[in-house]
Design a protein around this ligand. Structure first.
Ligand code: ATP
Length: 234
């Protein structure tokens, strides 16, 4: 498989505070890759630097062979990278408006076509399309966040903790929705504390104190003692 995202020696932080200490990571076309790590490991910081919300201090980020670490977020988005933050949606905007924002850089006709496909996957959202996103339940809001990023048909989707704030039943729904909606042309990099997301992943990385502590296939991570220690203190 061709490498889509290639990160070498990435370092960044906030002000004088260094958070990432030389991250090496890659995602191939069509792959789903999980970033595991405890609270404050640096997962959000890594995703923010990949989309360009946080400048990198050192190292390189290549997307489809092109070096993008000096690019502004909109330049990265135009090349096919999308970022779903933990919050995911704008609560005062309607469902339709949120989805339209997700397709901001694309022709209207393409956004409408893709939106109508997504409404078939998310019938609850279709029924409430003119309502404010803030009126949705936590689970529905997360679904809207997913629809909002998928409308752009990104080549690489960066997701920050899709399970955050959700009851286990909704976490399962998010995993099921991702299983059915992701595929074909979209690669996924998901930052999660919830090991249930390993079910979706081809491979993963365990991040610890801003470094890659371990990388491996889904099965290797599922049976790894380092992962068990991080999550269960065993
Ligand atoms: P979580 O699951 O809690 O979101 P995480 O792995 O995503 O954890 P980050 O949010 O990347 O971790 O945080 C890594 C470190 O960076 C933490 O010590 C955090 O306090 C610090 N940090 C995050 N944002 C800022 C900021 N804006 N200014 C200063 N420090 C920050």
């Amino acid at each position: 498989m061709a490498t889509l995202l290639d990160v070498q020696g990435l370092e960044t932080g906030y002000g004088p505070l260094r958070i990432l200490w030389g991250i090496d990571l890659n995602v191939s076309a069509g792959e789903t890759v999980l970033l595991l790590g405890a609270n404050s490991a640096g997962k959000t910081t890594l995703l923010r630097s990949l989309i360009g919300l946080l400048p990198s201090w050192r190292g390189t980020i290549r997307f489809d062979g092109e070096r993008i670490d000096g690019f502004a977020p909109d330049q990265r988005i135009r090349r096919g990278i999308a970022f779903m933050s933990e919050l995911g949606v704008f609560p005062t905007l309607s469902i339709d408006e949120n989805i339209a924002l997700g397709g901001y850089f694309l022709p209207d006709a393409q956004v409408r076509r893709r939106r109508d496909q997504l409404f078939q996957v998310f019938p609850d959202l279709a029924a409430k399309r003119r309502d404010a996103a803030g009126s949705l339940s936590g689970g529905q809001r997360k679904m809207l966040g997913i629809a909002k990023v998928l409308v752009a048909e990104p080549r690489l989707l960066l997701m920050d903790e899709p399970s955050s704030g959700l009851a286990p039943v909704f976490v399962k729904q998010v995993i099921d929705v991702l299983k059915t909606t992701i595929g074909g042309g979209t690669s996924l990099l998901i930052a999660e504390q919830n090991v249930a997301f390993l079910a979706l992943a081809d491979r993963g990385y365990l991040i610890d104190h801003g470094k890659v502590k371990l990388s491996g296939t889904r099965t290797e991570l599922q049976t790894s003692s380092a992962v068990r220690e991080t999550y269960f203190g065993l």
